[in-house]
Design a binder for this molecule. Structure first.
Ligand SMILES: *[C@@H]1O[C@H](CO)[C@@H](O)[C@H](O)[C@H]1NC(C)=O
Ligand SMILES: *[C@@H]1O[C@H](CO)[C@@H](O)[C@H](O)[C@H]1NC(C)=O
Ligand SMILES: *[C@@H]1O[C@H](CO)[C@@H](O)[C@H](O)[C@H]1NC(C)=O
Ligand SMILES: *[C@@H]1O[C@H](CO)[C@@H](O)[C@H](O)[C@H]1NC(C)=O
Ligand SMILES: *[C@@H]1O[C@H](CO)[C@@H](O)[C@H](O)[C@H]1NC(C)=O
Ligand SMILES: *[C@@H]1O[C@H](CO)[C@@H](O)[C@H](O)[C@H]1NC(C)=O
Ligand SMILES: *[C@@H]1O[C@H](CO)[C@@H](O)[C@H](O)[C@H]1NC(C)=O
Length: 357
């Protein structure tokens, strides 16, 4: 039984006005329902809450043009973000490097946004990866999971380390435990065992790339698995492939490389560094497709095309496509989105001034 209530699904289908939605689709395709969680490739949005759009007056610190809800609606199934403390506060906020640079609100409000989307999309498995800037404890993080309601969806694996025995998407969905929650890093999760220390379960290639020729597939973290691809794979670690470029700004500040993004996220072509070629290289190295592909500006490419191809999905259902182009102040003014974005020009200008200083 995939659904607790067929009625709510029909209501949802009507609400979203989607045509011929397959009632048995899991993560946008019926073909994924019987796959184990670790045998699916997921599109990840790097720094999901940190936006480069009207809301931030196109802050150069922003990594995404569209918000977390829109990312999920367009097919993203791994959302990520950094937690930091605002100055003079122990509150947990989603902040880019520092809350003085880009503060996207509280962890609780971000989790609530994801929860709202998951409530409306009962057939989707979502992964959350939190970068734990202040080293918050499991109980402090869990407080936000509880108050936002996300705790109810949290899946707790039987294994406390890398494992090949993840459940299928359909069993996670029918069980109601369809959010997998990783934290980088969390040494002690005894107070909330659904909060998983990322590097107990997955490895990442190096994320710190400034040149497309630097993209690699080789494990970089955890340090005990550095350069040990076959050990990592045979031990059941999932792979997270970082596929985004930074560019150097003045005064030692780095920001997401927007100029190269059309090639960076492309399924093929455009010269070195496209997502499709990098993912194929990693699939060859790993002997199977990467589990997570993490990108900036996830609508561009569109990056989801590479993911669909790796999953063998040809007819995805239930997605809301976003424009696959770079969003600029000029283009934002002309794109007709379902709802208008809030303008916070004063704040955005202040943010920009801080970046430049
Ligand atoms: C829905 O999925 C089922 C099971 O995979 C399949 O048999 C059926 O053809 C699909 N229906 C549509 C309309 O895509
Ligand atoms: C899932 O399993 C199939 C069949 O073994 C394999 O071709 C594919 O690469 C796997 N995908 C992932 C993400 O593990
Ligand atoms: C916040 O902390 C800084 C030092 O970190 C201090 O200079 C400042 O006075 C504090 N502000 C408030 C309102 O406490
Ligand atoms: C189902 O949920 C229970 C409790 O919420 C959990 O212990 C179990 O691991 C879940 N099983 C699957 C297959 O998701
Ligand atoms: C990127 O790396 C390639 C190969 O090492 C090099 O030829 C090129 O100049 C580099 N580009 C930049 C912008 O540094
Ligand atoms: C991994 O390989 C890179 C490139 O050859 C090297 O610079 C690095 O020191 C290696 N790391 C470890 C831990 O062996
Ligand atoms: C996300 O963006 C859409 C479109 O601008 C907007 O309607 C919605 O309110 C935003 N969601 C959140 C949680 O900010």
């Amino acid at each position: 039984m995939l659904y607790k209530s067929l009625g709510s699904v029909l209501f949802l289908a009507g609400l979203q006005a989607v045509s011929a939605q397959n009632s048995t689709a899991c993560n946008n395709s019926p073909s994924l329902c019987s796959r184990q969680y670790n045998n699916v490739t997921y599109l990840g949005a790097h720094d999901s809450p940190f936006l480069r759009n009207d809301e931030t007056d196109f802050s150069t610190s922003g990594n995404q043009y569209y918000n977390t809800t829109q990312q999920l609606a367009s097919g993203v199934r791994l959302v990520t973000g950094q937690i930091q403390n605002p100055s003079n506060s122990s509150d947990l906020h989603m902040c880019h490097t520092s809350c003085d640079l880009l503060d996207a609100g509280t962890l609780e409000s971000w989790l609530s946004e994801i929860k709202t989307w998951m409530d409306a999309n009962p057939n989707d498995v979502v992964t959350i990866l939190l970068v734990n800037g202040p080293g918050a404890s499991a109980s402090d993080l869990a407080a936000a999971y509880t108050s936002s309601g996300m705790a109810q969806y949290a899946y707790t694996p039987a294994s406390t380390s890398a494992t090949s025995t993840w459940p299928t998407l359909e069993s996670m969905i029918s069980n109601g435990t369809r959010a997998v929650n990783f934290v980088s890093t969390l040494d002690d999760n005894t107070d909330a065992t659904y909060l998983l220390n990322e590097f107990n379960y997955m490895f990442e290639n190096d994320y710190n790339n400034y040149n497309a020729s630097d993209f690699s597939c080789t494990p970089n973290r955890p340090t005990n698995l550095a350069n040990q691809t076959s050990t990592a794979i045979s031990s059941g670690y999932m792979s997270l492939v970082n596929h985004f470029l930074y560019e150097q700004q003045a005064f030692g500040i780095s920001s997401p490389n927007e100029a190269a993004i059309t090639t960076t996220n492309a399924p093929s072509g455009g010269g070195a560094g496209n997502l499709g070629d990098h993912a194929s290289q990693c699939a060859a190295d790993y002997g199977k497709a990467p589990t997570f592909l993490l990108v900036d500006f996830s609508n561009v490419g569109p990056a989801i095309d590479t993911v669909d191809s790796l999953n063998g999905v040809s007819n995805p259902s239930g997605r809301t496509a976003l424009p696959d182009t770079v969003l600029t102040e000029t283009s934002a003014a002309t794109i007709a989105l379902p709802q208008t974005t809030t303008l916070c020009l004063g704040l955005g200008t202040a943010l920009l001034a801080m970046v430049l200083l």
